[in-house]
Ligand binder design. Structure first.
Ligand SMILES: [Zn+2]
Length: 570
């Protein structure tokens, strides 16, 4: 009986792979509901959540955290009985990383970005990231639900860890609000992205943008914005061409952040303010754009800003490298800024919550794909890597440099994304009942980044040669060890045993970003009514006054207002 069940299961290999003794305990009964029936304990680790850290043990069963034990506290007993016990002494135990901005196998000019769902989630596990949120980008005119099915068709059964989707809105007609509603209610896609750049393909205008914001607000979905002024970019590119500049450095000079990114960030925030709905600004690449996010947040608006691992680890000076292969590898939009101090500046903005989290915008193209733009920077496919190195870049450049605390590290790599995209507390925290997505992070080790050893499909790495302090020791996704530096569990082959075990995350609408929206709306309405009441009183008084003294109404209003102002001054 048992052998027949095992032979039906396409995932039984992974149980045997990490522990032969578990072979019979990890039988998958149904490939759509693949869950390991095993238990695991991580003992003696420094458990870190976004709010606090403590020494203790974590117990996992059937893919969930079933107990978190704090040492030196009066919590209940802890029994050390489990199929697998890992000693994490001297290491951090953190919630699995969440990268809410990736483009895997994204169609592009007849080809696609080279990291697919298999490779992207593989790199994620090697880098301590257990959840990715990818973007459905419908072609102009394509039905949104059809686009969802197309994207899901590529992702389903091809990921090694859990994943979700946002959806881009790249055009507007009567079908779009209906499509948005179906995506929210039937498919759990509760975030929509607008592009203020890419004129002629993905860009929508301000009126369309307002319609997306209004529709999303009704549905309880958050709007995300790519903030660059598409008209400025188009002109900037022509100007570079007129000047005879066709190399990768022209990419930066055609769309400098402190004008092109800042203007669009300001505008997107103003549009969201007029609708009073939450806005998430993707890839804030420069302090100038961050100033706009900060201004919006300080005014009480519900705004979130994300920056990227690339913006924290490298800068735009690489675009001036004389070797095309090197320079083209750094082409992404908005561009990496030429300000060499921007990396540390953005990290400080994360520390004080002017920016909320770090994602990657991982969208990789091989060096031969990048060659498409050999003769013209405007044709270089946009995008860089980041998924695998994100946690180490944030730790090394943030925590190790004293700019972030270890709790901040958890907040910006996991918890904030879980809250904003409404998968908290299922993800983003180590507590009883949460998914067992856990990372054992070793702060005492370091590594040197190279495309030769990374787990991405791409043959280039923007962090090449960087020595990063702090390495991912073990990654556990849904209760299963899917990567470890120990033994032979750090190979692509080992991780790929888990292809098909990642689950699609259906997300609910009206999450945490919507908490303040109703109250803000109510206050605003009260303010307007109060002002308009005052005015209608003045208006009716003026009509009587005009009749009595036989003067023009406008003159009457003028006299009454003047009277009010004079008496108020006293
Ligand atoms: Zn993107």
């Amino acid at each position: 009986m048992l052998s027949s069940i095992i032979s039906k299961c396409r995932h039984v290999g992974y149980a045997a792979g990490y522990d032969r003794r578990l072979k019979f305990k990890a039988v998958c009964w149904n490939k759509l509901n693949c869950r390991p029936f095993s238990s695991l304990i991580i003992k003696n680790g420094l458990i870190v959540n976004a709010d606090r850290k403590f020494e203790g043990h974590v117990k996992v069963q059937n893919g969930k955290i079933i107990q978190v034990f704090e040492k030196n506290s009066e919590s209940e007993e802890f029994s050390f009985q489990a199929d697998t016990i890992i000693d994490a002494k001297g290491k951090f135990v953190v919630p699995g990383g969440i990268d809410p901005h990736v483009h895997l196998e994204m169609p592009f000019m007849g080809t696609h970005s080279i990291d697919g769902y298999r490779e992207g989630t593989r790199a994620g596990l090697a880098g301590g990231t257990t959840t990715l949120i990818d973007f459905i980008i419908p072609a102009p005119g394509q039905d949104l639900v059809d686009a969802y099915k197309e994207w899901q068709g590529r992702a389903e059964n091809n990921t090694c860890s859990d994943y979700g989707f946002h959806c881009g809105i790249t055009y507007w007609d009567d079908s779009v609000p209906l499509g948005m509603e179906r995506l929210v209610k039937e498919y759990g896609v509760t975030s929509f992205k607008v592009f203020l750049a890419y004129k002629g393909s993905l860009m929508i205008n301000d009126e369309e943008c307002l319609k997306v914001l209004e529709t999303a607000k009704k549905l309880g979905a958050i709007v995300m914005a790519h903030c660059e002024n598409g008209d400025m970019v188009e002109r900037g590119q022509s100007k570079m061409h007129d000047m005879g500049i066709f190399g990768p450095e022209g990419h930066y000079f055609s769309r400098p952040n402190d004008i092109v990114e800042q203007e669009a960030t300001h505008r997107a925030i103003a549009l969201a303010r007029s609708v009073n709905t939450p806005l998430y600004v993707v890839h804030v690449m420069s302090p100038a754009a961050c100033d706009e996010v900060h201004r919006g947040r300080s005014s009480g608006q519900v705004i979130f800003g994300e920056t990227l691992a690339s913006a924290l680890g490298v800068d735009g000076t690489h675009l001036e490298n004389p070797e095309f292969r090197h320079a083209a590898g750094f082409v992404m939009s908005p561009p990496l800024t030429m300000e060499t101090n921007a990396k540390a500046e953005l990290m400080k903005r994360l520390a004080c919550d002017q920016l909320q989290l770090v994602s990657t915008d991982n969208c990789t193209f091989s060096t031969s794909q990048k060659e498409l733009g050999k003769l013209d920077f405007a044709r270089i496919p946009n995008g860089c890597n980041g998924i695998e190195d994100r946690l180490s870049v944030v730790y090394s450049e943030g925590v190790d440099n004293g700019l972030l605390s270890i709790c901040d590290f958890v907040r910006v790599t996991s918890t904030a994304a879980a809250k904003i995209f409404n998968i908290y507390p299922r993800k983003g925290v180590i507590q009883k009942g949460s998914d067992a997505d856990l990372v054992i992070f070793d702060p005492s080790q370091s590594r040197v980044v190279s495309y030769k050893t990374h787990h991405h499909a791409v043959d280039f790495n923007i962090f090449e040669g960087m020595k990063l302090n702090g390495v991912v020791h073990t990654t556990i996704s849904n209760g299963v060890v899917k990567y470890s530096v120990d033994g032979d569990r750090n190979t692509n082959e080992f991780i790929e045993q888990f292809v098909g075990t990642g689950r699609y995350l259906q997300r609910d609408s009206f999450g945490f970003p919507f908490e303040r929206i109703d109250a803000l709306d109510k206050k605003k309405e009260e303010r307007i009514r109060k002002k308009s009441n005052n005015f209608s009183q003045v208006h009716s008084l003026s009509i009587n006054f005009a009749n009595i003294y036989n003067i023009e109404i406008s003159q009457s209003i003028y006299l009454i207002l003047k009277y009010f102002i004079l008496t108020q001054k006293k």
